[in-house]
Design a protein around this ligand. Structure first.
Ligand SMILES: *Cc1c(COP(=O)(O)O)cnc(C)c1O
Length: 447
């Protein structure tokens, strides 16, 4: 493990394997007798490791980060060693109470109001489903009459969650966005008012801070006002960007978050905590419990009146001890250490953006308030030909990634194929970002 962390930067970020290749190298049948650990470890090194995509490679610029750190890794080893199933207070008192303490620390770090209570979920997708289910129940109307709103740039987990929560697909509204890809508050209000006038009941608005394509920031204050007028729940999806609420100088981007009903962000994306760990904060805990509490006789304990049983705060019964790694991370780095990491990534993103903007032929199509920069290369010869530009940028991206030193992914922004460079791995240095830019320029044919 230590060797891996030291040497991961020397590996290609993404393995050069063909589909099925790894599977064919592995026996189809399990061994009848146990094998020596040396044989298992050797196969791990020779068959598995070369087939991994290295999310914690310093040249990782794809998707959003899933960064980790040495203290988080050690905590995961301890969690695995303890092997506890932390569904209720009695099944591990320290796990429950540490989760309460670190979520209270986090709430303070994020500057969320004191009437928010935190619980750790596995992923933001689950937390958003939890919010949608709670919002549905709190509205107390025939679910077929309920409506849900999110921008056209919202994450796919919103639509998926709304469908799973039983909202009718035709009542899931896609609110248009402005030139900066943020939800248009006026359009949200108009859609909600039209639905209410038609006898439907607006149940939930999901606003995003830091959309997946471009880190756009939806207007939270105006969304909260619309929710107030129509009796809807406001859920804020800040899965990636939420980590940046710990930066006083970035807090203005979250203006109005204190008016939300729930908020989710992933320490497993940009806060040095191993996947998975998603922090969900909710204001109306009784509403949450109303939707999720279930206490069959075999789970009841004498302590129930005095304790929190987190099994009643989400979908699954069994729970991992995720608070431990968050505790190790926050204690090891301190709030200032975590801020320094985020600031370093944001400064690198700003510097990268300045390089792109200064280079003729390159376009930066969206604001970049966090660690992500979107870009396109638009050579004059292809000007105005959207399909040709898309093909050109697609080919450019595969040339950049082919070197194996860096890995970027793409999105579609304003209908156009767009490259994304997301900075957030803990070992990423300026040299890695500079290497990415060098590869992009040379793939674009610049000198
Ligand atoms: C990554 C992301 C999600 C999904 O997060 P998971 O934890 O993988 O479910 C949801 N919303 C946004 C804005 C994201 O960036």
């Amino acid at each position: 493990m230590a060797d891996y962390l030291r040497d991961v930067g020397k590996r290609p970020v993404v393995p050069a394997v063909a589909p099925g290749e790894i599977r064919r190298a592995l026996p189809a049948e399990p061994p009848a007798a146990g094998e020596p650990f040396e044989a298992i470890a050797a196969d791990f090194r020779e068959l598995i490791l070369p087939g991994m995509t290295h999310w914690n490679h310093p040249g990782w610029f794809g998707y959003f980060p899933a960064n980790h750190s040495p203290p988080s890794i050690l905590a995961e080893m301890l969690t695995a060693t303890l092997g506890a199933q932390c569904m209720s207070w009695q099944t591990s008192p320290a796990a429950t109470e540490l989760e309460q303490v670190v979520m209270e620390w986090l709430r303070g770090m994020l500057a969320l109001p004191a009437d928010f209570t935190g619980v750790i979920q596995d992923t933001a997708s689950t937390a958003t489903l939890v919010a949608l289910l709670t919002a549905r129940d709190r509205r107390g109307t025939d679910p077929r009459m309920l409506t849900v709103y999110a921008s056209t740039e919202a994450h796919s987990s919103i639509t998926k969650g709304a469908r799973l929560a039983g909202f009718a697909p035709e009542h899931i509204r896609a609110v248009p966005v402005d030139a900066a890809f943020a939800m248009q508050a006026g359009a949200l209000e108009a859609l909600m008012a039209a639905d209410a006038a038609a006898g439907l009941a607006p149940a939930c608005v999901v606003a995003t801070v830091g959309t997946t394509s471009s880190t756009a920031v939806d207007p939270l204050r105006a969304s909260a006002a619309a929710c107030g007028r129509h009796g809807a729940w406001l859920h804020v999806d800040a899965a990636y960007a939420g980590a940046a609420t710990i930066l006083p100088e970035r807090r203005a981007l979250f203006d109005g978050v204190e008016l939300a009903d729930s908020f989710v962000f992933n320490p497993h994306k940009w806060l040095l905590t191993n996947f998975d760990c998603s922090a969900y904060f909710v204001r109306d805990v009784p509403a949450l419990l109303h939707t999720f509490a279930a206490a069959p006789a075999y789970l009841r304990t004498a302590h129930d009146p005095e304790v929190v049983n987190f099994r009643d705060w989400g979908i699954q019964l069994g729970r991992r001890f995720r608070a431990l790694k968050l505790w190790f991370v926050i204690r090891s780095y301190g709030v200032e250490g975590l801020r320094a990491m985020l600031r370093r990534h944001i400064a690198l993103a700003e510097e990268f953006r300045s390089w792109v903007e200064a280079e003729p032929g390159f376009v930066v199509p969206a604001p970049s308030p966090f660690g992500l920069v979107c870009l396109r290369h638009e050579p004059p010869a292809l000007a105005g030909d959207g399909a040709a530009l898309d093909d050109w940028n697609r080919a450019l991206l595969s040339r950049v990634n082919a070197a194996g030193d860096v890995f970027l992914t793409h999105t579609q922004l304003g209908g156009r194929y767009t490259l994304r460079l997301a900075i957030g791995q803990w070992q990423t240095e300026r040299a890695n970002v500079a290497r990415a830019w060098e590869l992009i320029r040379s793939a674009a044919g610049a000198t």
